[in-house]
Design a protein around this ligand. Structure first.
Ligand code: S3P
Length: 179
């Protein structure tokens, strides 16, 4: 079973994804990291030197390569689940969980790492982008609302409680797994 984490920049897809994978005992993949290692340069440089369309093509290719995984938690980038083909792919190949954080939290977190994020121009355009993307994020199978003061462990715990029970059956039927 594959779980795809969806959400805007700063939602915590990577940190929560790592913890979720650890708790479920399945591998973790971060789409942004896969792009960075396959291109050999940071995201900001990929955007600057090769352009956003190139980044989006790599993002789509690497997302598609996850279809061969049997089990995994995959943290997507903030833009991944806003393109029709990617949305259809994720809906067909796994369970999608939208991590919905208050916009004030997102803005603060994005601002802290603004230099790394090519999509960051100013707060007003970021808010606009968020509003536009919301329609796509809401297509995820599950929406998890997170609160500012919640820890990663608490968020992960609540996420696990919302996962369909059949999923745990699929995981425990893995060869060599006794649970
Ligand atoms: C992007 C979000 C980033 C990264 C790239 C583009 C976006 O991922 O994929 O900078 O379009 O929102 P995070 O959401 O992990 O920051």
């Amino acid at each position: 079973m594959k779980i795809y984490l969806i959400g805007f920049m700063g939602a915590g897809k990577t940190t929560v994804g790592l913890e979720l994978a650890r708790r479920l005992g399945i591998p973790f993949f971060d789409l942004d990291e896969l792009i960075v290692s396959s291109e050999g340069m940071p995201i900001r440089e990929i955007f600057a030197e090769k352009g956003e369309p190139h980044f989006r093509r790599r993002e789509m290719d690497l997302l598609r390569s996850t279809q061969h995984l049997e089990h995994g938690v995959i943290a997507t980038g903030g833009g991944t689940f806003t393109f029709e083909e990617n949305i259809q792919f994720v809906l067909a190949h796994g369970l999608s969980v939208y991590i919905q954080a208050p916009i004030s939290v997102l803005m603060r977190r994005i601002g802290e790492k603004a230099a790394e994020r090519p999509m960051f121009r100013d707060e007003a355009s970021l808010r606009e982008l968020f509003q536009y993307r919301l329609r796509y994020y809401k297509m995820a199978d599950i929406t998890l609302d997170i609160r500012e003061e919640e820890s990663v462990a608490e968020i992960t715990e609540r996420m696990i409680m919302q996962l369909p029970k059949e999923l745990f059956g699929a995981l425990s039927r893995r060869p060599g797994h006794n649970g």
